[in-house]
Design a protein around this ligand. Sequence first.
Ligand code: ADP
Length: 175
Amino acid sequence: MSTLIIECVRGDIANQPDMDAVVNAANAQLLPGAGVAGAIHRAAGPELADACRALAPIATGEAVISSGFGLPNRFVIHCLGPIYGIDEPSADLLADCYRHALKLADDHGLASIAFPAISTGVFGYPFTEAARVAIATVMSFADGVPCLERVRFVLFSEADQAEFQRVLDEVRKAD
Ligand code: ADP
């Protein structure tokens, strides 16, 4: 039986000091922007944007890793989620983000990783559907990442946290 802890909390992805890595809901150029990318770049400082220049651009569904710089985390894993209604098939591309992020966690021996709800902001992915993809993908691929002890989903609002928790409970019950 897996001992992986999957949790969802209300909070700021840029303030998760007990996590080895936080995931950025990035844009293709890995530039500071609104939402998650803005919060992460603000907290990490300008060195992060400098480091990202060498890693960009990334394709939809892809993930790349950088140092955390001014963040309390060793690493930032940058994922480009699908723009809903444009990048298809959206569920597969969204799942690719989580899968590729977990692969990088495996490559770097990480014990903990925190995800935001990728694509559910500016990129317009319906929240409940995105939560199902995120949870199902983490549950099916985390077994292949033996170093991983904790996966945290960090949701920005109370309503998003409650909905994510509801989906997590639903998926667990069906498992
Ligand atoms: P995307 O472009 O992938 O849609 P966004 O950054 O616009 O990414 O939003 C992704 C999700 O993250 C949304 O649900 C949004 O409410 C949430 N969010 C925004 N800022 C933060 C933050 N600082 N910490 C955690 N979640 C955040």
